[in-house]
Structures are given as C-alpha cells and as structure tokens.
Design a protein around this ligand. Structure first.
Ligand SMILES: Cc1ncc(COP(=O)(O)O)c(C=O)c1O
Length: 444
C-alpha cells in the first residue's frame, strides 16, 4: 500500500464527514463495503480510519465499529435532532468551515496589535482591502485595487449605504421582479420606491430593463447576476454585456450584488468590468465562509471614492477590522477558496438530493436554494404555516415579490441543516405535505 493512498482515502472520508454525508455520531461503513465503494482494500480503509482517529475526527469501539466524532463547538446532530428543520436561512454549511475558522481566528489573534485595535481609516486597513480585491478577482471582477475598494459590514451594509448615497426619498430603484428581502426592507425603511424588472432563464431581461428605465426613470438598478435570490437563475457573459449596455446607454448607476459569484464553477466576468465608471460591485464572505464575519467588499467607480468614504465615516466609522484579520489568514493560506469550493460541491449534492426527493419541479441550479412551485391546492402562506407545525421552516415566495402580486412558490434553503440524514428527512416530510390536501379540511 503506498504511503499516500491511505492519506488520500482518509481525506475523502473527511470530506464526506464535512459535507454531512456521514453525520456526527453516525457509524462509518464497514471496511469491506467502503473499500468497494472507494476502489481500494479493507487494509487501506483500516489505516485511513486510524489516521482519522489520531486527528480526532472518528472514534473506534471494538466490536461496534467506527463513529464520527464532533469537533469542539461543532453543532451536534443530537442537539439538531431537537431543533427545527431549517430550510429558511441562506447560509453556508457552517459545520465544515468551523475548524478552519477556529484555526484562522487563533492565528489572527497572535497578530492582534495596537494598530489593529485603534480607530483606522474609514475604508479599512490596506491589508484587509487587499483581501477583498483578491477574493473578488478570483471570481471574475477586474480592476479592483486597494484604492477603489472599501470594506463594509457585509453586503447588506453596502446595499443600504449605496441606496442612501445614490437616491433621495421618493426616488425609484429598479430591481429584479423577485428579489432579496433585505433590499426590499432597505427601500421601504428609507422611503424609496422599487420597480420590478422581469427575469427569464438567463436572469434580468435587458428588454424589460429598457422599458422600466424609460417608464419609471429609476436612478439606480440593482442586479444579482449569479444564483439570483430567490429564483436561482444566473446570467451568462452575453447577458451581462447586454445589461451593461443598457446601463451605459441610459446613464444609470448599477449596483451588482455578487454575493453568490463564488458558486459558479468557472469565474464569469462581472457586469462591473464593462462599465467600471457606472457600477458598484458588492461581494462578501457571508455565503462561502460565515455570515458572522460581516466581511463585505465594495468596489467603486473612481469618481465616487471620496463620497463613499464620507458616508462610511458618518455611518459606522469603519467596518470592524477583527473579522477581516481572520479573513486575511484564510486568504493567505488559500483556505478561503478551498472552503468556497467545498460549499459549491455540497450545494450541488444537495440540489441533486432535492431533485431526487421532490421531483423535476426542482429546477436544476447550482445555488444554495430552490424556488419550489406549489400545487394549486396550496397557497404559500398556508404551506409555510403547515410546514411550521411540522417543525419545518421555509419562506413564502410572496416575501420576495416587489410588486406585491402573489406568487405560488416557496423558497427552500439547502445548506443550514448539518446532517444529511435530517436534510433528507425534512425533504421527505415536505414531499408528503405537498401531496396532502389536509389544510383544505382545516382552513383556520
Ligand atoms: C442577494 C443577497 N445580497 C446580500 C445579502 C446579505 O449578505 P451579507 O451577509 O454579506 O450582508 C444576502 C443574504 O442573504 C443576499 O441573499
């Protein structure tokens, strides 16, 4: 047996643990069965299990087998068993990121110095802005530099700051007809009007955008080019160019919300690349690493750098550098990109499982969520309520509707349940509920 073979096998098993295929406390397959599955020998499997036991990932008991051990602080599936099935919140599969975050935070704490603890320039420490430039460039943004990139407390902060800065009370903002509720909330609270642009299979429609601009004169257009929330569609390069042309021709500002860009298997050129003088590009680490870091990156048109800095100063002084110090470590070791890739692969696996269990009405996408059509006998509100009674959380499609016109969809997020077994169990329960007409008998 080669020295590297059992290490490779151990790595594969660890990946399966990290992706929830082998949940915490579950029994790993017997040596012979896994050996067949991974095209190796039972002896190699035994050596791989020993290595994982030394690393503290598994535990073996004579006569009983080998079991997955929880890491310090890792969500325990026993605890999860008593919690709700959370298909509601869009976040990464945190259990696999946790050990890397623990390591990066530990390392970052050793570099904590007086400069990091002080008030600093409102655009953030230069090293941290560099993190943002590297991250966004990796996923298709060109022209970012420490001079035109600032730090925000997540993409949500960037969105609200830009809307405050670029529009006045009563102004109109064009967005996708169904959009991220965080954006709807900002517009409502700040007294801005939203107008919906139609979406098709390739994302925001340029024809509809032209029409909306001509009829409603929005000052700003907000677009999510990759894995749009909630519909899940992504724009190809041609569509991105078309949208850029409309923005350029009509002289509007564009906010490109690219928080899901890392989920594309190959980087796709950002819309901002075609119109850097008109576009603000937002990315963040929330969906690939952890929302708790609150690390957002905003690339600006050169003409807007000082105005954005003035807003940042007035708004938060500066985004807290502590999370960025951790992000810096993750980028330096390249772990950030590995974690992002791991999340993408898990999302693909969970999309396939959702399709397998719920059927072909689950459209094939690579994102974190599913836009699920309901049969006619269900309204989204009744379905969400009945699901809640079963301990399943999900979102009514109506929360995303800009026009307020009712939809017949719900949105399912696929990544926040840790154990794959529970994930499948939750989907099976939803499948049964979809087919059931019980609510019609008890409409109150
Ligand atoms: C499209 C979109 N933009 C922005 C955000 C907010 O991201 P962050 O956690 O970086 O503020 C979300 C969160 O769900 C989102 O779906």
């Amino acid at each position: 047996m080669s020295e590297t073979k059992f290490r490779q096998i151990a790595h594969k098993i660890e990946q399966r643990i990290d992706q929830g295929e082998y949940p915490i406390h579950s029994k790993l397959p017997p040596h012979r069965i896994l050996a067949d599955d991974l095209d190796t020998t039972p002896t190699t499997i035994a050596k791989a299990y020993n290595l994982l036991a030394e690393k503290g990932r598994v535990e073996s008991f004579v006569g009983r087998g080998t079991f997955v051990k929880p890491l310090a602080g890792q969500a325990d599936s026993h605890d999860e068993e008593n919690a709700e099935y959370n298909f509601s919140i869009i976040q990464p599969y945190l259990a696999s990121n946790l050990p890397y975050l623990q390591k990066a935070m530990e390392k970052a704490s050793r570099y904590l110095d007086l400069q990091l603890l002080s008030y600093a320039d409102q655009s953030g420490h230069e090293a941290h802005r560099k993190v943002g430039v590297t991250w966004a460039k990796h996923y298709g943004l060109e022209g970012g530099s420490v001079h035109n990139t600032v730090l925000t407390n997540g993409a949500q902060h960037g969105l609200s700051l830009l809307i405050l800065m670029l529009t006045d009370v009563g102004d109109t903002i064009a967005v996708e007809s169904h959009t991220y509720p965080g954006l709807i909330a900002v517009a409502k609270l700040l007294g801005r009007k939203l107008v919906g642009v139609e979406l098709d299979e390739r994302g925001m429609s340029p024809e509809s955008l032209r029409y909306v601009i001509a009829h409603y004169q929005p000052k700003v257009v907000v677009v999510t080019p990759s894995h749009q929330n909630p519909i899940g569609v992504s724009m190809d390069e041609v569509r991105r160019k078309e949208i850029a042309e409309v923005i350029e021709y009509t002289g509007r500002w564009l906010i490109e919300d690219d928080v899901f860009g890392f989920l594309n298997p190959q980087p796709i050129s950002a819309i901002t690349n075609y119109i850097p003088h008109r576009a603000f590009h937002l990315s963040s680490l929330s969906k690939a690493i952890s929302p708790s870091l609150r690390c957002g990156f905003l690339k600006l048109p050169d003409s807007m750098v000082s105005e954005v800095n003035a807003h940042l100063r007035a708004n938060v002084w500066l985004a807290s550098p502590v999370g960025y110090a951790t992000a810096d470590q993750l980028i330096e070791t390249r772990d950030a990109f590995r974690l992002a890739r791991n999340q993408r692969q898990l999302a693909e696996r969970r999309q396939a499982l959702a399709q397998e269990i719920l059927g072909p009405q689950v459209r094939s996408t690579r994102g974190y969520h599913v836009w699920l059509p309901l049969p006619n006998h269900w309204s989204p509100e009744a379905f969400v309520m009945e699901a809640k009674n079963l301990g399943i959380l999900l979102q009514s499609g109506n929360h995303f509707s800009v026009s307020g016109i009712a939809t017949n969809y719900v949105r399912l997020s696929l990544m926040s349940i840790s154990s794959e077994a529970r994930f499948k169990q939750g989907l099976q329960m939803l499948k049964t509920l979809l087919a059931s007409e019980m609510h019609a008998a008890f409409p109150f």
